[in-house]
Design a protein around this ligand. Structure first.
Ligand SMILES: [Zn+2]
Length: 112
């Protein structure tokens, strides 16, 4: 067991996110992202060889700005509750780009 010595000095709060130990709003904001990982994959979209319309679509999809049922619902617009291709799951960008079995099949047939 470690030996701890107590002193009569008053307690002092030390903010661990600055070297001075003093709180600042900027250090608090920076601490919010401590341990977070940054993904800058969107920068690669504009550097690839794909046609501009494909790059633009990927940029929209990356920002979740495609007009999926989920987005239509967010904006209070009429929408079908599930994916029109597979009718299994809600139509989200993630579903269309990664999960939908029929969309994946279509992609494979297009690329073959
Ligand atoms: Zn689907």
């Amino acid at each position: 067991m470690q030996r701890t010595e107590l002193s009569t000095a008053p307690n002092k709060l030390i903010w661990r996110w600055t070297t001075s130990g003093n709180y600042s709003a900027q250090s608090c904001y920076t601490a919010t992202f401590h341990g977070a990982t940054a993904c800058h994959s969107w920068k690669l979209i504009w550097k690839c060889w794909a046609p501009p319309r494909v790059k633009f679509f990927h940029w929209l999809a990356n920002q979740d700005r495609c007009w999926t049922a989920e987005r239509l619902a967010r904006h209070g617009l009429q929408h079908h509750p599930r994916c029109l291709l597979c009718d299994q799951q809600p139509k989200t960008v993630r579903h269309i780009m990664l999960e939908c079995p029929l969309a994946r099949q279509t992609w494979h047939e297009t690329l073959a």
